[in-house]
Design a protein. Structure first.
Length: 107
């Protein structure tokens, strides 16, 4: 049974199936993204020496989970998505606290 960490995650099987074991010196990798609003997870294939090519979404609900250069199970992807969401939440809380302190003149 998959542990989705209380998140709605759609497309997990397809994203897992698209991950592959790429050779160490290969330029290939998959970017993995998660949309917090819809629960969708998807991959974007890239081929770039040094991983210098990436996808940028201008939507605050879409977070980049990772660059994948190896085969990933559905559970491992679900765990990475949960970690990425938790990091985003922590960063948002930290930014809100900085703003609150700034407005109070504490910074």
């Amino acid at each position: 049974m998959l542990n989705l960490h209380g998140l709605k995650i759609k497309g997990l099987k397809e994203a897992s199936e698209k991950t592959q074991d790429y050779a160490f010196n290969s330029c290939m990798y998959n970017e993995i993204f998660y949309d917090r609003a819809t629960g969708e997870v998807w991959t974007v294939f890239q081929c770039s020496l040094g991983h210098n090519t990436w996808t940028k979404y201008h939507d605050e609900n879409i977070i980049k989970v990772c660059n994948a250069t190896e085969k990933m199970s559905m559970q491992y992807l679900a765990d990475l998505i949960a970690e990425a969401v938790a990091e985003e939440d922590l960063e948002a809380a930290w930014e809100a606290e900085i703003e609150r302190q700034y407005r109070k003149g504490l910074l």
